[in-house]
Design a protein around this ligand. Structure first.
Ligand SMILES: Cc1cc2nc3c(=O)[nH]c(=O)nc-3n(C[C@H](O)[C@H](O)[C@H](O)COP(=O)(O)OP(=O)(O)OC[C@H]3O[C@@H](n4cnc5c(N)ncnc54)[C@H](O)[C@@H]3O)c2cc1C
Length: 145
């Protein structure tokens, strides 16, 4: 069974056994620096966390963190967020797609689908050349229902 939340939770618990701490729903809004060295981060609620090392794992919008740190121009590898069409639909009730479904990819049609939790099907685009690409500069998401 595919369960990304459980896998992520397990990683959290493993890190906590080694002294790691997690702050949820906290946005990094500033990377504080002094004398050419990073000194820590500031969160949206004003809380300051001091650190000699800050690791950027901000995912698709990690370029924003690089920008906050003033190092965007120095990066040999840069990131850009590409909007990606995904549909999450219920499987037919008479078929247990979560258990018996398979991961399928069809590059000719530019589509994949795979089992998802709660007997759903995750249908995604493989970004075929015929589809216009939408690059995003902002992490604000829009969801079409
Ligand atoms: C619908 C969908 C289905 C997918 N299915 C699969 C799959 O089946 N198999 C697979 O291998 N991969 C899959 N992926 C891809 C996979 O989810 C990503 O590759 C993976 O999550 C990337 O991990 P990451 O830690 O680099 O980034 P993310 O998981 O994006 O984590 C980055 C985190 O940083 C946080 N963050 C960003 N900016 C800030 C800030 N300023 N302050 C604080 N926090 C911040 C974000 O909120 C986020 O929690 C799927 C992705 C999507 C969207």
């Amino acid at each position: 069974m595919i369960d990304p939340m459980l896998a992520t939770h397990n990683l959290q618990r493993a890190a906590e056994t080694q002294g790691g701490q997690f702050l949820f729903k906290s946005e990094v809004v500033d990377i504080r620096q002094d004398g050419g060295r990073v000194r820590g981060v500031t969160l949206g609620d004003g809380q300051e966390i001091d650190a000699d090392i800050v690791v950027n794992v901000a995912g698709p919008h990690s370029a924003i963190i690089n920008r906050l740190a003033g190092v965007e121009g120095e990066m040999k590898v840069t990131t850009s967020a590409l909007r990606h069409e995904v549909h999450h639909v219920p499987a037919p009730p008479e078929f247990n797609f979560e258990l018996d479904g398979v991961m399928t990819s069809d590059p000719d049609l530019g589509i994949y689908f795979r089992p998802a939790g709660g007997n759903h099907i995750l249908v995604g685009s493989e970004d075929p050349a015929c589809d216009e690409r939408h690059w995003s500069r902002s992490p604000i998401t829009s969801i079409a229902v």
